[in-house]
Ligand binder design. Structure first.
Ligand code: 5GP
Ligand code: MG
Length: 171
């Protein structure tokens, strides 16, 4: 494994993203939806950097989808854990750790859109946009990365290395 983005760089960028999100959602009551397990660590780090006034208004929930085995996409996405919190009329921000082909996030966007949120945006720590196979707008992007398989900050290799505080590339 080789360090791709070190801990301080990840922390710095998450701080910037939190400031941007805090500005854009000021005065509203956002609902953050994280896609398990990859988004969990990033979403908690993001929440940790948001101002208290915003946390008083904000809710969060998680969904889980499955589509990925080892380092190769199967192309099929299914919902394995649904939301508990109601989406209708909410300002929803869907959060993932990494967007690759875009199928997982696009699937969750469709699911959420069908429940009539007031607004719907996307946020990801990492984006391999060159790999996109479905149209998708990423509203908040931490880092654009090349087509390498990465681990850390929620991203696993067969369930290992998720908890790292930096992003590493598997070679
Ligand atoms: P997509 O549906 O966009 O092709 O893939 C998104 C999901 O694939 C991510 O949420 C993540 O679970 C997995 N994924 C894509 N690229 C990587 C990668 O480089 N490393 C890891 N650990 N997971 C990845
Ligand atoms: Mg995932």
């Amino acid at each position: 494994m080789k360090v791709l983005i070190d801990r301080s760089e990840v922390d710095r960028r998450i701080g910037e993203m939190a400031r941007e999100i805090a500005t854009d959602y000021a005065g509203s009551a956002p609902l953050l939806i994280g896609i398990l397990n990859g988004a969990a660590q990033f979403m908690m780090a993001l929440l940790d950097r948001l101002p208290n006034e915003m946390l008083e208004q904000l809710d969060y929930d998680f969904v889980d989808v499955s589509s990925y085995r080892g380092s190769e996409s199967t192309g099929r996405v299914e919902l394995t854990k649904d939301l508990v919190v109601a989406v209708e009329g909410r300002e929803v921000l869907v959060v993932d750790g990494i967007v690759d082909t875009g199928r997982s996030l696009a699937f969750v966007m469709e699911l959420v859109r069908g429940r009539r949120p007031r607004s719907l945006k996307t946020c990801t720590l990492l984006d391999k946009s060159a790999r996109r196979s479905v149209p998708l707008v990423v509203d908040y992007r931490g880092f654009e990365i090349e087509d390498v398989f990465v681990v850390g900050y929620g991203m696993d290799y067969d369930q290992r290395y998720r908890a790292l505080r930096h992003i590493a590339a598997i070679e």
